[in-house]
Design a protein around this ligand. Structure first.
Ligand SMILES: *Cc1c(COP(=O)(O)O)cnc(C)c1O
Length: 387
């Protein structure tokens, strides 16, 4: 009997090691891992460079309090701001923490300019921003909130794709609109570029901040460093996590100088967040992702993957409803519940994970090889034939 609480319905499989795109189970089988810890192991398992950089740091210093200057964090923050819209960074340990901090940054900004009443956050109904009390209330999901009352005030919601309901939901108290650029848990639904541009315009007009949750879709996943870069817009606040740590727990909030101005000493903190060990791994991940041609290759290789998946869709028009996503954040939407399909893929040694709306999420590491994609395609083809 497991001593772990039952808040997860775990698959009956455990792994003893991983290498690149592959996982090796305790019972001696090799799996192609296109889950990668849910877009966390951005550079695959046991990446030699990440191991080397982590060891180097581990021998020097793991943790010091944020009461002191942490040079590794200064470096990582500089690199993140140099490459993006942001001027300023707060490090955290996870996505949900980054979301919480983003909400605090938005509210504190308006407070600091004498508009404390402007404090409500507008989100997409049934979105996903993590599992803390604030994050489940931001999601507007009854299921995630069930049993965790009282409801936390301060969040309003609009329906995905319903621009009328969005405009109606904005009022004088709206501080920020917070959405995922690509809805990772919600069925790999991409917010179209023109929508993002429109959203930016609305925010400018109404003096509202735009928070883009890039916890899952950021850090190169879509073939640009941030998914919103495809739309050529600039948000005000961006929570990140998952991929930036490459498997090491690491989250952050990126923001403009303007909104960061509210975060004066004492307004926010974390004990572990931004420690030298995490920062060194983050820097090592960026060393790889910022390499010339790395992001371009994601665009190229993912295009190949979509093409092949679409061929399977054409051959199975009653099984596969849509192939969608951006870069290596891929959704294969079936007409019916995908549980059995996912299980069959696993039986054939391909690991994938479900998302909302009957969608199977396919998340290769960002340095996946074409030959590995070919293995996946072969398995998906085979399983499709069995349905
Ligand atoms: C995973 C995720 C979160 C929460 O991150 P945790 O590290 O699990 O707390 C928040 N937002 C999005 C879009 C995510 O995919």
């Amino acid at each position: 009997m497991s001593a772990l609480a039952k808040n997860y319905n775990r698959r009956k499989i455990a792994f003893k090691k991983g290498k690149g795109s592959f996982l090796y189970s305790t019972n001696g089988k090799r799996y192609l891992d296109f889950v990668q810890g849910i877009a966390v192991n951005s550079l695959g398992h046991s990446n030699p460079y990440l191991i080397k950089e982590m060891y180097k740091q581990a021998k020097k210093i793991w943790h010091v309090s944020n009461a002191f200057i942490i040079p590794e964090g200064e470096t990582l923050a500089k690199r993140l701001t140099k490459k993006t819209f942001a001027d300023s960074v707060i490090f955290q340990n996870s996505g949900a923490e980054a979301i919480e901090a983003s909400i605090k940054v938005a509210r504190r900004y308006f407070y600091s300019i004498g508009q404390a009443k402007k404090n409500r956050i507008l989100c997409i109904k049934n979105s996903f921003h993590g599992r803390t009390i604030a994050a489940i209330n931001a999601s507007g999901s009854k299921k995630m909130q069930e049993g965790f009352g009282p409801k936390v005030d301060g969040f309003d919601h609009f329906k995905f794709g319903d621009h009328k309901s969005l405009k109606k939901a904005i009022n004088s108290q709206t501080a920020a609109i917070m959405i995922e650029t690509v809805m990772g848990e919600g069925g790999i639904k991409v917010i179209p570029d023109w929508c993002l541009r429109e959203l930016r315009k609305i925010c400018n007009k109404k003096k509202i901040l735009l928070i883009l949750d890039e916890v899952q879709c950021g850090i190169g996943r879509t073939g640009k460093f941030f998914a919103f870069e495809h739309a050529k817009i600039k948000p005000d606040i961006v929570p990140i996590a998952k991929g930036i740590g490459g498997g090491f727990p690491l989250g952050a909030v990126l923001m403009t100088k303007k909104v960061a101005s509210g975060m004066i000493p004492g307004t926010h903190g974390t004990t572990n967040g931004g420690n030298p060990l995490a920062m060194s791994v983050g820097n090592a991940v960026l060393d790889q992702i910022f390499k010339k041609g790395f992001l371009k290759n994601i665009q190229k290789i993912s295009k190949y993957f979509y093409n092949e998946l679409n061929k399977i869709k054409i051959d199975h028009p009653k099984l596969i409803k849509e192939v969608r996503g951006m870069g290596l954040l891929i959704g294969l939407q079936l007409f019916n519940d995908p549980t059995k399909f996912i299980k069959k893929l696993q039986d054939n040694k391909l690991l994938t994970i479900r998302s909302g709306e009957n969608t199977i999420r396919i998340l290769p590491p960002l340095n996946v090889k074409r030959s590995e994609i070919d293995i996946a395609i072969k398995i998906i083809k085979k399983v499709s034939k069995e349905f």
